[in-house]
Write a protein that binds this ligand. Structure first.
Ligand SMILES: N[C@@H](CCC(=O)N[C@@H](CS)C(=O)NCC(=O)O)C(=O)O
Length: 211
């Protein structure tokens, strides 16, 4: 158990913060959620926590740590090193890392970016985001066709890192209709006892992929 209060700076709609919250709940670690909307992130106090101005940021005692995947690795190594969330053997650890990279790469620049453009008015190239998602999702579909979770027989950090933005891809106009194995995997994550959803985004889901 932590000796001081764990604080998670984030927003309710951030998939990056959501993955950390899921892990905090999975590990049954008490924490305080500190809202950090854009106005807060631009302030000097927040820039001291993370000069990149991004959420999530975790504070645990004297430690201040940014980056969702780094935070998840810290929490497991610190509080649940023997758990299934981050296996230790070389191949399993590498498989988890591969999906953490995909979460920070294709998931971020595909479905997450499309959602940010549609829902939050980010000025970026939605066509490019859709193109990246169109490469990612068939790969995930094929990968999940004969397994329950991304990197092992049980859930790992890989699943938490990839879940939030893939689940919310339709809010960016990216349909999951033709990806049944991906949808079954999402349902498996949602059935985990600690699961808590992200609230719906401001605009309704787009029905189809047309601009
Ligand atoms: N690599 C970072 C990315 C975090 C990120 O992009 N956070 C978004 C919110 S979901 C953010 O703070 N954006 C504001 C900005 O980049 O200025 C992580 O995994 O935590």
């Amino acid at each position: 158990m932590p000796s001081s209060e764990i604080v998670l700076h984030g927003t309710a709609l951030s998939g990056h913060a959501h993955r950390v919250e899921l892990l905090l709940r999975a590990l049954d670690l008490p924490y305080r959620f500190e809202p950090a909307p854009a106005a807060v992130r631009q302030g000097a106090a927040f820039r001291k926590l993370n000069p990149l101005g991004q959420i999530p940021v975790l504070q645990d005692g004297t430690l201040t740590l940014a980056d969702s995947n780094a935070i998840m690795v810290y929490l497991v190594k610190r509080y649940a090193p023997e758990s299934h969330w981050l296996p230790d053997d070389p191949v399993s650890a590498a498989l988890v890392q591969r999906w953490l990279s995909i979460a920070a790469g294709e998931v971020m620049h595909g479905p997450a970016m499309a959602r940010m453009i549609v829902q939050f008015g980010l000025q970026d190239d939605r066509g490019r985001a859709k193109g990246i998602a169109a490469r990612l999702l068939p790969f995930m579909e094929q990968h999940l066709s004969d397994r329950d979770f991304l990197a092992a027989d049980n859930p790992t950090l890989a699943d938490l890192a990839c879940y939030s933005y893939v689940a919310h891809a339709p809010e960016g106009g990216i349909s999951l209709e033709t990806y049944p194995a991906v949808r079954r995997w999402l349902a498996r994550v949602e059935a985990l006892p600690f699961f808590k959803p992200i609230p719906p985004s401001p605009l309704p889901e787009l029905d189809h992929d047309d601009d």
